[in-house]
Ligand binder design. Structure first.
Ligand code: C2E
Ligand code: CA
Ligand code: CA
Length: 786
């Protein structure tokens, strides 16, 4: 603010103080009747009375000129006040008596029009959305006041009144106009939730002063007792100076809007009731037709007003509803969920008990990425409906975003929550049919109990989330929040970001584990198992990062990198004369990705590895995701000559049917059966019968998890083809494994190249022609291993 402006503002402040003091002097002298005794005071007061409106008008004008914003409104009010002043001066200096309507009345009436326009301009500026309802409120108020006043006037005037009817009519118009303006200002109060700014108060009080003074004058005129001076003029004086103060109030910077409050309806309701009362009274006493028409008009306008309010409130409710609802599923969204969470917290005065479940679909991102968002969206809708079937009507289901759902279970403890969680998972068990494609969807659920795990809603939700991640990582499907798990989860998030950045940066390492031929004891194939050289934490095992990688859709990139590394190593072995095949583990999205076979083909070509040296391992669960698409992808891979193995056989949806349908070559019996082979007759029976089953389907069978010599012996007895396990060798880096491979295959090589064997360097090398021949030959079950 410049010095110049500051000085001006100080001057204006001082001017307003002078004005107020003058008004007080005027009021006091008028009230105690000093005017009658001292002609000096009388002269001063007469002069003052006329100058108030001029001065107030001047202040309003100054406000309009000096301060930005609302300029027009204050200029209009200023000119109205000046016009009022002109009327007063004409009245006191020229006319000097009460009589017929005169030019003074024009000056005064212009003031009303100007004030009305100014108030409306201020309202429009300060209430962002100027609803039609504000106009209707003013109309209801105006009509109501007119109805009341006309009824009242009829009662007061009676038949014979000493003043001319035109004068009286005009004088009734003044308090009516005052009241109408007051109603308009009051609607600003309503819109502001009855906490209006000072400017509205000052204008309101000013108009109320006018209304009271004008009404008294009208009454006095009707009864012929009007005399100038007295309290009425004191009131007028004060009413006139207040706008000068209103004009110089600070304009609110934040123009908040209040539309919904029922207090807005106070004015229309008040006048509608008054008008109705008049109409009812009309049945008993005679009322002038004008009063009846005005009262009826008031009621009708109030009805229209109520209609508008109703639609506004409904729209408001609708938009509030929309803001709380998830568009896709129609369940609550995050905001709706939080609102209910807060309600639940405060319910029962702190004695509330409830539980949160957070549910996240496993591998949803992959489905979404490979099958498209439409399929993903449809699947989410179906999932939502299934979850709902497992809940009580009082439970709230919400979709928090993506494939994350949350459930608020009212009055449920940890045990009850687990039951519900199990019910929800059971509901998700059956296949989902989307677009003719059938899916199995698995989910993980985290549970957090209020107030045991947290007393703040958002923290509780976070903890349920953490529990959900724990369930996902441990593949336990349901986990309760455990204090201290937070750190663990932050670790996980860090891991995933580091992995995302580390892929393609030579951080993945492969360890290889032998698959030993149970008939010959030789090894012609290894399984490649990924490890990750974390920049700060050292070598991480697959279970430390693969679940997170799966959850965040990194598996496609990861698999391709692993494939590249495995084929590089394979090429090195072949170059060294070791004809070793490698098996690489795939994950579900690879099977849904129609471009995957082409990528594998390209890698085989660039690395120069015969397709028959590559085996791809796929878990049963991944195979079941989308059988049609999976069959197509596996079909093209197999046509290339790549072998397909079913991994972890016996742990998933073991179904004989799919073994016949899907193009697979090998079964890998899960280690859980093999590990207990020695001790558990049931496991032994299962292993034995699975070997028979595989062979009857012309499949080779590999037993995983061979940890003891006895187990190996039994497997050989059962006719199992290959064994893999710690007993035969743990997974290890290629440089450690290579000598072991030479050692194990020593006999095989020596028998094939005559007495004494031959040094590796002289072993037959694979030629380009071999590779081409390999590629042309389609794989079939039962042919030699490599
Ligand atoms: P898997 O495919 O079933 O791999 C065999 C796992 O069993 C390996 O664990 C191996 O170290 C372990 N194992 C081998 N012999 C024995 C034994 O005698 N007894 C017992 N108890 N365990 C044995 P690892 O290397 O920790 O891999 C775990 C899993 O991670 C793998 O299970 C596989 O599902 C996944 N995985 C590893 N590498 C990759 C990869 O490159 N891509 C994909 N998609 N998954 C991978
Ligand atoms: Ca495997
Ligand atoms: Ca396995």
């Amino acid at each position: 603010m410049s010095v110049h402006t500051a000085r001006r503002l100080r001057l204006i402040g001082a001017g307003r103080v002078v004005l107020l003091m003058a008004a007080v002097f005027f009021a006091v002298t008028t009230l105690v009747g000093l005017r009658d005794v001292s002609s000096v005071v009388n002269q001063v007061d007469r002069w003052l009375g006329n100058s108030f409106s001029v001065a107030a008008g001047g202040f309003c004008m100054l406000r309009a000129i000096l301060v930005r914003g609302e300029r027009l409104a204050w200029a209009v009010l200023g000119s109205g006040l000046l016009s009022y002043g002109a009327g007063s001066i004409y009245f006191t200096e020229i006319m000097k008596h009460v009589g017929a309507p005169s030019p003074a009345d024009i000056g005064w009436l212009v003031f009303y029009v100007a004030t009305c326009v100014s108030v409306i301009l201020l309202l429009r500026g300060r209430v962002i959305r100027f609803h039609p309802s504000v106009w209707l409120d003013a109309l209801v108020g105006g009509l109501g006041v007119a109805a009341l006043a006309s009824g009242l006037a009829a009662a007061v005037i009676g038949v014979d009144n000493p003043v001319g009817l035109s004068v009286l009519g005009l004088n009734i118009a003044y308090p009516l106009a005052d009241l109408m303006l007051l109603v308009l200002v009051a609607s600003a109060f309503g819109l502001r939730g009855w906490h209006p700014e000072k400017a509205w108060w000052l204008l309101g009080v000013s108009l109320a002063g006018f209304a009271v003074a004008d009404t008294i004058v009208t009454g006095a005129m009707a009864s012929g007792t009007y005399a100038p001076g007295g309290p009425v003029e004191a009131l007028w004086g004060l009413a006139l100076v207040l706008p000068a103060y209103a004009a110089w109030q600070r304009t609110p910077r934040e123009m908040s809007e209040r539309v919904a409050g029922w207090e807005v309806l106070f004015i229309p309701v008040f006048f509608a009731v008054s008008a109705l009362t008049l109409l009812v009274l009309g049945a008993f006493i005679r009322l002038p037709p004008l009063t009846v028409v005005l009262a009826a008009g008031t009621v009708l306008t109030a009805i229209v007003r109520a209609g508008i309010t109703f639609t506004e409130v409904r729209q408001l409710a609708d938009s509030k509803m929309q803001a709380r609802t998830d568009e896709l599923t129609g369940f609550a969204n995050r905001r709706g969920f939080f609102e209910r969470l807060n309600e639940e917290e405060t319910r029962g005065g702190g004695a509330a008990r409830f539980t949160l479940l957070v549910l996240d679909l496993d591998r949803f991102k992959e489905i979404n990425d490979s099958l498209g968002h439409q399929v993903g969206d449809d699947l989410l809708k179906l999932v939502g409906r299934r979850i709902e079937t497992a809940l009580r009507p009082t439970d709230l289901l919400a979709r928090l975003g993506g494939d994350e759902f949350a459930v608020l279970l009212q009055d449920a403890d940890a045990t009850a929550a687990r039951t519900v969680a199990e019910r929800v998972l059971a509901a998700l068990d059956g296949p989902f049919d989307v677009d003719g494609v059938s899916f199995h969807v698995d989910a993980s659920i985290g549970v957090a109990v209020y107030p045991d795990h947290a007393v703040a809603g958002n923290v509780l939700l976070q903890r349920a989330d953490i529990a959900m991640y724990a369930a996902k990582a441990a593949r336990t499907r349901i986990e309760h929040y455990r204090p201290g798990a937070d750190l663990h989860i932050l670790d996980r998030l860090d891991v995933i970001e580091t992995l995302r950045a580390g892929l393609g940066q030579d951080q993945l390492r492969l360890h290889y584990q032998m698959k030993v031929d149970l008939r010959t004891g030789s090894c012609h194939a290894v399984e490649a198992l990924v490890r990750w050289e974390h920049p700060t934490r050292g070598l991480l095992q697959p279970n430390e990062f693969l679940p997170m990688a799966e959850h965040t859709g990194l598996m496609r990139t990861l698999t391709l990198e692993v494939l590249g590394l495995a084929l590089d190593q394979c090429r090195q072995w072949w170059d060294a004369g070791l004809q070793i095949g490698v098996a690489v583990n795939l994950s579900a999205p690879n099977l849904l990705d129609k471009g995957f076979p082409a990528e594998v083909g390209e890698l085989l070509t660039t690395k120069g590895v015969p397709p028959r040296a590559l085996e791809l391992e796929i878990t049963e669960t991944a195979l079941m995701l989308d059988r049609i698409r999976t069959a197509a992808v596996l079909g093209s891979l197999r046509e290339m000559g790549v072998r397909i193995a079913v991994d972890d056989y016996g742990t998933g949806y073991s179904s004989l049917a799919y073994l016949r349908e899907l193009p697979v070559d090998v079964l890998k019996l899960d280690k859980s059966f093999v590990i207990h082979l020695d001790s558990d007759p049931l496991s032994a029976a299962i292993v034995q019968s699975t070997v028979g089953l595989a062979h009857s389907l012309a499949l080779r069978i590999v037993a995983e998890g061979v940890e003891t010599e006895t187990a190996m012996g039994r497997l050989a007895d059962y006719g199992c083809d290959f064994a893999q396990g710690f007993y035969l060798g743990a997974p290890q880096p290629a440089d450690k494994l290579t000598p072991l491979l030479w050692h194990r295959n020593r006999r095989a090589y020596s028998s094939s190249s005559g007495e004494g064997g031959c040094p590796p360097s002289r072993l037959e090398r694979v030629t380009a022609a071999d590779l081409m021949a390999d590629r042309a030959e389609p794989a079939r079950a039962g042919r030699p291993w490599i």
